[in-house]
Design a protein around this ligand. Structure first.
Ligand code: HEM
Ligand code: NAG
Ligand code: NAG
Ligand code: NAG
Ligand code: NAG
Length: 327
């Protein structure tokens, strides 16, 4: 009897230990013995890639965001079409838009050379995001690691869960909240629009016929409006690019927020954070606009939170040998 009782207690103890240790938590030291050099390898490839593409950091952090919002940070966005796999790359938010996949492959190749079969593609996106922010002049932080890669993709999840630039603040807030991110996270993470570019097609409705009024978006500064109209003519095909942060397009800083305060946010969903009357996001924009260090601190916390969205850990998923396909 007491042997049975002991066995039951021991089993419970082992199960809870397993749950605590291996089933949920990412750690900053995950590769310290299996691939201690992982950050250096990623940084080297990124620095090389930056020489030919100043936007590469922006592209990669966006991939991490679009990965994490679809079934968690599991590298699903990186999978190409294949037997049984419908790629997320063809989903609305990603098609002709998500980019940087070649550099992810270069990073993967370099890592397979030094520590084969060890570093997941999902972790590559998380590490590349942190290094890109730091290289752009933004904060540095210890990235939580240990994510594993999915064996499936979810294009309908990409269409449903990734926010669109035409949505209302309410809808964007609920899409973030569905991922466990609050309105401070929304404002902080939107600050990634301090670098990178957007196609005219994603915001030109604001320039000419906003909400079918026949007028431009009233929340847009008129000088900024005229500049954007030159970049994006009404009869254009919408593929021309504009800087998301007009005042410091390539640096990672808090100018995104000061732009919003002067009604020079590019996307409708950027400006809504400041121009929606009564919204709690307004005070947060003002706080980050006033203090870059408050923005940086909040951004780091929110990136860690976003990077923690339902990762595959333990024996779930796999470590892909090629980020474009399952093993
Ligand atoms: C809040 C909801 C968000 C919406 C509606 C949104 C929407 C967009 C759109 C429409 C573009 C331009 C795409 C194109 O023209 O091809 C873009 C670019 C970008 N987004 Fe967001 N985004 C959001 C949040 C985020 C978050 C959370 C991050 C990262 C933490 C992020 C990082 C970026 C970056 C860096 C770019 C520039 C990419 C490049 O230069 O290729 N965005 N976003
Ligand atoms: C770590 O990686 C860097 C960049 O690839 C390389 O220069 C360095 O020799 C590596 N160090 C070790 C200990 O492998
Ligand atoms: C907000 O979400 C609701 C429900 O999904 C949808 O019907 C509505 O069109 C969305 N509104 C905007 C402005 O995106
Ligand atoms: C704005 O869009 C609406 C709906 O598509 C259209 O009926 C209207 O004529 C447009 N107005 C202008 C000035 O283009
Ligand atoms: C859009 O217009 C630009 C400039 O006129 C042109 O270079 C580009 O090929 C066009 N793209 C498409 C998809 O038509």
């Amino acid at each position: 009897m007491s042997v049975l009782r002991f066995a039951i207690v021991a089993a419970f103890f082992l199960i809870s230990l397993f749950v605590l240790c291996c089933n949920s938590q990412l750690t900053e030291t995950f590769y310290s013995s299996s691939c201690s050099n992982v950050s250096d390898v990623v940084r080297n490839i990124l620095q090389q890639a930056q020489q030919s593409d100043v936007r590469i950091g922006a592209k990669l952090i966006r991939l991490h965001f679009h990965d994490c919002f679809v079934d968690g940070c599991d590298g699903s966005i990186l999978l190409d079409n294949a037997d049984g796999i419908q790629s997320e790359k063809d989903a609305g938010p990603n098609m002709n838009s998500a980019d940087g996949f070649d550099v992810v492959d270069d990073i993967k190749t370099a890592l397979e050379n030094v520590c084969p079969g060890v570093v997941s593609c999902a972790d590559i996106l998380a590490l590349a995001s942190q290094i890109s922010v730091t290289l752009g002049g933004g904060p540095s932080w210890e990235v939580s690691l240990g994510r594993r890669d999915s064996r499936k993709a979810n294009p309908s999840g990409a269409n449903g869960d990734i926010p669109s630039p035409l949505e209302s603040l309410n809808n964007i807030t609920s899409k973030f909240s569905a991922k466990g991110l609050d309105s401070t996270d929304l404002v902080a993470l939107s600050g990634a629009h301090t670098f990178g570019k957007a196609k005219c097609g994603t915001f030109s409705h604001r320039l000419y016929n906003f909400s079918n009024t026949g007028n431009p978006d009233p929340s847009m500064d008129s000088t900024y409006l005229n500049t954007l109209r030159l970049t994006c003519p009404q009869d254009g095909n919408g593929t021309t690019l504009a800087n998301l942060d007009y005042s410091s397009p390539y640096g990672f800083d808090n100018n995104y927020y000061t732009n919003l305060q002067s009604n020079r946010g590019l996307l409708q969903t950027d400006q809504e954070l400041f121009s929606t009357s009564g919204a709690d996001t307004v005070a947060t924009v003002n706080r980050f606009g006033k203090s870059q260090s408050e923005f940086f601190n909040a951004f780091v916390q929110s990136m860690i939170k976003m990077g923690n969205i339902s990762p595959l850990t333990g024996n779930n998923g796999e470590i892909r040998a090629d980020c474009k396909r399952v093993n």
